[in-house]
Design a protein around this ligand. Structure first.
Ligand code: MEV
Length: 308
């Protein structure tokens, strides 16, 4: 039996913009997906998916996961039949990097089962291959966090070379709340819509990209100097840019509004959007608890965790 794990992620800054080579700031969540693989006497694979998940997630994403697993098996040249068991405490939801965590966990488990001695870099490439099943043109941000964990500065290399990935050290971990809209979106579709919007309105999109570049620069400084009030304001601004590129939705907007009213330093959607998750900055356990309660009172699930 081979075993592996992959981290869930949240994106503090940069979803969608990273697809176009702009720098993003993702962070691993404390929650992980685990995979176990066992060789079986049959062709193909048998999947046992014991991961907790948002209602409807597994059904909506079944096509994506089939393609993801097949790509990973093909990339790692697995010829045997495999029983694959997925589990862990990462709740599979749009925006949590669940497919990348699964791809990374599976790649590590196969590596373990066949004693392949692949490096993290090779595992990351494999998880990226798996991700192309769901995202079409993934930036590589999700699989990078799923493999390496931590708080990261990420930049896709648009010319096909190595992506930039630097660990970002901060003074101490920051409490956050993840608010779940309960809706599931398909990354490939949403990323495709952003591309259409960009092709149709290049000048307007460039303005939004330029605004994003400036605010991400400020966000890096705010993180390094641990200016969390500033960081929160920049997250709010990033959310507005995501609204402009049409990837938010009324549920995500409502969660962010509720969080801000309850005293959160900042709130934005995180990941693909049009459903999925929000990331809310709530330094200190007391504020974290208060904001989580306010969101729950509106009928949305929350996770209390830390980044950094
Ligand atoms: C999804 O978690 C992040 C997106 O930017 C897609 C990608 O970067 O591959 C929406």
């Amino acid at each position: 039996m081979g075993e592996g794990k992959g981290y869930g992620k949240t994106i503090l800054f940069g979803e969608h913009f990273v697809v176009y080579g702009l720098e993003g700031i993702p962070a691993a969540l404390g929650q992980i997906t685990t995979a176990k693989v066992r060789r079986i006497m049959s062709n193909g694979y048998k999947l046992i998916d014991n991961r907790p998940a948002t209602e409807g997630y597994k059904q909506t994403k079944i096509g994506e996961y089939t393609a993801l697993i097949n790509r990973v098996l093909e990339y790692m040249q697995v010829k045997d039949g495999l029983e694959i068991t997925l589990a862990g405490d990462l709740k599979a939801a749009s925006g949590a990097g669940a497919s990348a965590a699964c791809a990374a966990a599976l790649a590590y488990a196969i590596n373990d089962e066949y004693k392949m001695n692949w490096t993290n870099e090779q595992i990351n490439k494999t998880a990226f291959e798996g991700e192309t099943a769901g995202s079409g043109t993934p930036s590589g941000i999700d699989n990078t966090v799923a493999v390496y964990g931590g708080l990261i500065l990420f930049k896709k290399n648009l010319t096909g070379g190595e992506n930039k990935m630097d660990l970002l050290k901060i003074k101490k971990p920051i409490e956050i709340v993840i608010g779940n809209s309960g809706l599931t979106a398909l990354t490939k579709e949403v990323v495709g819509d952003v591309k259409k919007l960009k092709d149709a309105n290049p000048a307007e999109m460039q303005k939004i990209f330029d605004e994003y570049i400036m605010l991400e620069e400020k966000a890096k400084k705010a993180l390094k100097s641990y200016d969390l009030k500033k960081l929160g304001q920049l997250m709010n601004k990033n959310h507005e840019l995501l609204q402009k590129i049409t990837v938010s939705c009324k549920e995500l907007d409502a969660i962010c509004e509720t969080a801000r009213t309850a005293g959160a330093y900042g709130a934005k959607m995180t990941g693909t959007g049009r459903g999925g998750l929000t990331i809310i900055l709530t330094p200190g356990k007391e504020l974290q608890e208060k904001v989580a309660k306010a969101i729950q009172a509106k009928g949305y699930e929350t996770i209390k965790t830390v980044i950094g």
